[in-house]
Design a protein around this ligand. Structure first.
Ligand SMILES: *[C@@H]1O[C@H](CO)[C@@H](O)[C@H](O)[C@H]1NC(C)=O
Ligand SMILES: *[C@@H]1O[C@H](CO)[C@@H](O)[C@H](O)[C@H]1NC(C)=O
Ligand SMILES: *[C@@H]1O[C@H](CO)[C@@H](O)[C@H](O)[C@H]1NC(C)=O
Ligand SMILES: *[C@@H]1O[C@H](CO)[C@@H](O)[C@H](O)[C@H]1NC(C)=O
Ligand SMILES: *[C@@H]1O[C@H](CO)[C@@H](O)[C@H](O)[C@H]1NC(C)=O
Ligand SMILES: *[C@@H]1O[C@H](CO)[C@@H](O)[C@H](O)[C@H]1NC(C)=O
Length: 663
């Protein structure tokens, strides 16, 4: 049992008490009734008129299984934090234009989407809440949380006051914001602050004026739907100053290093307002093909910088406190100014955060707990730390059945197939009630005639990778490392060519299977217009444009995966070149537990557990395992389906810890 010095007694004589005798956070801040929310008074924050320094951490409800929300929130509170922060991803909440999903959409990610419940649980766990509804959220998330169907208007200018964009934002916010406004602290809920857009000072060409009309529009849409405040923006102040903010709106900082420099810059911008770091980057994330597993700060840097921040009397949000997982096709990508131009984010969003992807405490957690306790003068009751879950290494599972590429195409519904004279982007396919295809793979099939010396050219860039099959046989090879990226098959070079063999002369069926590997979530305007597939120019053979394509959207949605039938036995079949779907069954006799699927023997693809897409894998890593949270497993038979683009292995194995091919 811990002892605490309490400071709320009548004469302010320090008293000794058990933690259990302390008030809860809500008891402390709502004692005597609620008359005001979070305010800035000089260089201090006040909540309901009482002093508060904000110590919090980011947890994205859309990256954590909802069955684990309470556990992760309690772990946040047990570290001594007083708030939790989350972004809100538009692309999940409005998956097709005009179709909203706040948990009951019966779609792949619907179970993650009851954002109201997450915010209410935070309050039950004695935490305040900061929300960041974007509409752009960066976050290493597909397209920074923007829905891909916006790209069906090819000239749309996202994140600006272009009416084509703002009218869509407005119709989304008119659904979302009223769901949250009654959860504000001043109305008896938990929300104390709302961020306007996200790092807007970093958007657009450097040193050009930002579209403040757009920022004002975002803020007004909040107000019109009942949000009261406190409104904030975030940016890296030493680099972009106040270019991404608005008068009256509190500016906050994002960084991981040089805290003095950033906080001095913020102080200069707002000498009479409290300091807050909206994102103190606790770690970092992996991109596929990175040289090593990324962890960002060392433990010492993490601690030293946190000390500096708190010594400034600054409030802080640890980004991430608990990173979780970018399930499905939800990873984003970073732009680079030189080759290979894009880096695609790995499935795991562990972030080397204080609470790991699987919910475990690490050294950063201990540092955070110790440091916050040292600085926070307001002592309130904290819960006991929840125990870590037990992790399991289940026995290997043989993949016993498969579907080949022809089977896969044949099983896709006719309404996901489009005939077109020319290739086109996935967003322009007239499917999904006009919202196009958002994620997954798109296949372009046609008949071709080849000579003894034919070559195929894709004009422009491939978005993002292409696999070439001739009569159903894979002819391009799996990536062996970053040096392959400039050749045929990848996004890096334009107008790349594929040479056929002499023996290929004659008539064939050609398939070009293109993967959307994740839309960029950050950068300059050109990085925000990212149609996927083949669309920058025609495909030609021996300089003649190829026409008459059968285009198939291979979305690999959960309901389709669950309906698959007509599987073939792998016995006596040679499964040398993909793509394939493979199936195996994992029997679990007790209550299931958390585990990782070990994909190090496989090539590249996606894994489905009981129909749920747990994300992409690539044998080059750095991570080669995927986290499987226990709630998607069940006692009894669990169906494991793997979409492997290249080289299937005969079995999948499981591990009780994450696996990296490079450290
Ligand atoms: C932090 O607050 C304390 C108490 O109000 C004050 O004495 C100190 O100067 C402040 N530190 C900074 C860096 O502003
Ligand atoms: C899996 O396959 C291997 C090799 O074919 C075989 O030895 C093993 O018995 C199989 N395991 C199960 C559980 O069927
Ligand atoms: C391929 O050649 C055959 C036979 O000459 C011809 O009928 C067919 O139209 C050609 N197809 C294409 C796509 O050029
Ligand atoms: C094959 O085609 C290429 C152009 O694609 C040309 O440079 C080369 O000379 C041709 N070779 C033969 C043997 O015709
Ligand atoms: C595989 O081949 C063996 C030997 O020809 C045969 O007995 C067996 O039935 C085959 N299995 C399947 C699933 O076709
Ligand atoms: C993952 O699988 C590979 C290949 O089967 C094996 O060598 C490795 O030991 C496994 N890793 C763990 C942690 O189970």
């Amino acid at each position: 049992m811990k002892f605490y010095w309490t400071i709320f007694c009548a004469l302010c004589v320090p008293a000794v008490g058990f933690g259990d005798n302390l008030p809860t956070l809500y008891e402390h801040y709502t004692d005597g009734g609620i008359s005001s929310g979070l305010e800035t008074v000089g260089v201090e924050f006040k909540l309901n008129g009482k002093d508060i320094t904000l110590y919090g951490g980011a947890i994205h409800y859309f990256r954590v299984h909802p069955k684990y929300w309470r556990d992760r929130l309690r772990k946040a509170r047990a570290a001594g934090l007083n708030f939790v922060e989350t972004y809100i991803p538009w692309n999940l909440h409005e998956p097709e234009e005009g179709m909203f999903d706040f948990g009951d959409g019966n779609r792949d990610m619907s179970i993650f989407l009851n954002v109201r419940q997450f915010i209410q649980l935070a309050q039950e766990e004695d935490l305040l809440v900061i929300i960041r509804p974007g509409p752009y959220i960066c976050s290493e998330w597909e397209f920074g949380g923007l829905p891909s169907w916006l790209l069906a208007s090819p000239d749309i200018k996202v994140r600006t006051s272009d009416p084509k964009f703002t009218s869509r934002v407005k119709s989304y916010f008119d659904q979302l914001i009223p769901l949250l406004s009654d959860l504000q602290f001043i109305l008896g809920g938990s929300i104390i602050a709302i961020q306007v857009e996200n790092e807007y000072g970093n958007f657009g060409e450097q040193n050009t004026p930002k579209d403040k009309k757009y920022l004002e529009f975002v803020k007004q849409s909040y107000i019109e739907n009942g949000l009261i405040g406190l409104f904030v923006t975030c940016d890296t102040p030493a680099f972009v100053g106040d270019t991404g903010s608005l008068p009256e709106v509190l500016q906050t900082a994002t960084f991981n290093k040089n805290p003095e420099k950033q906080l001095e810059a913020l102080k200069k911008l707002q000498p009479d307002r409290p300091l807050m770091v909206m994102e103190y980057w606790s770690g970092w994330y992996d991109h596929w093909l990175d040289d090593s597993h990324q962890t960002g700060l060392t433990l010492k840097e993490f601690e030293d910088n946190l000390e500096v921040i708190l010594n400034y009397n600054s409030s802080v949000n640890i980004y991430m406190l608990h990173g979780g997982t970018s399930f499905g096709f939800m990873n984003g990508a970073d732009p680079l100014s030189s080759s290979p131009f894009y880096q695609f984010d790995a499935t795991s969003y562990d972030y080397d955060a204080p609470i790991s992807e699987a919910g475990d405490y690490n050294e950063k957690y201990a540092i955070l707990e110790k440091t916050v306790a040292k600085y926070n003068p307001v002592k309130t009751r904290l819960p006991d730390k929840p125990e870590e879950s037990k992790k399991f290494a289940y026995p290997s599972v043989n993949m016993t059945e498969f579907l080949n590429f022809e089977d896969i195409l044949a099983k896709i519904d006719a309404n996901n197939k489009v005939k077109s004279s020319d290739v086109m982007s996935m967003e322009l396919l007239n499917i999904n009630q006009g919202s196009g295809q958002s994620y997954g793979y798109i296949n372009y099939q046609t008949k071709i005639n080849l000579t003894k010396n034919s070559s195929l050219t894709i004009k422009g860039h491939v978005r993002d990778t292409v696999m070439l099959l001739l009569d159903g046989v894979q002819r391009t090879k799996i990536i062996t490392g970053p040096s392959d990226l400039t050749g045929f098959g990848y996004w890096v070079s334009s107008d790349t060519e594929f040479h056929f063999d002499e023996a290929d002369a004659g008539s064939h069926t050609l398939d070009l299977l293109v993967e959307n590997w994740g839309r960029c979530n950050y950068g300059y305007p050109e990085n925000f217009l990212q149609q996927k597939g083949l669309w920058e120019g025609p495909v030609s053979i021996d300089s003649v444009d190829v026409k008459d394509w059968d285009i198939t959207a291979i979305e690999l949605k959960s309901d389709w995966i669950k309906r698959l039938n007509g599987w073939r036995s792998v016995e006596n079949s040679s499964l040398e070149t993909g793509p394939f779907l493979l199936k195996g069954e994992l029997e679990i006799s007790d209550e299931p537990g958390d585990t990782w699927i070990n994909m190090s023997q496989w090539g590249k693809g996606v894994v489905f557990i009981n129909g749920f897409n747990i994300g992409r894998y690539l044998y080059l890593g750095p991570p080669v395992s995927l986290f499987i949270p226990a709630p998607i497993l069940q006692k009894g038979t669990n169906k494991i389906i793997v979409f492997e683009q290249y080289h299937p292995a005969s079995a999948v194995s499981f591990s009780d810890k994450p696996i990296f091919v490079k450290q």
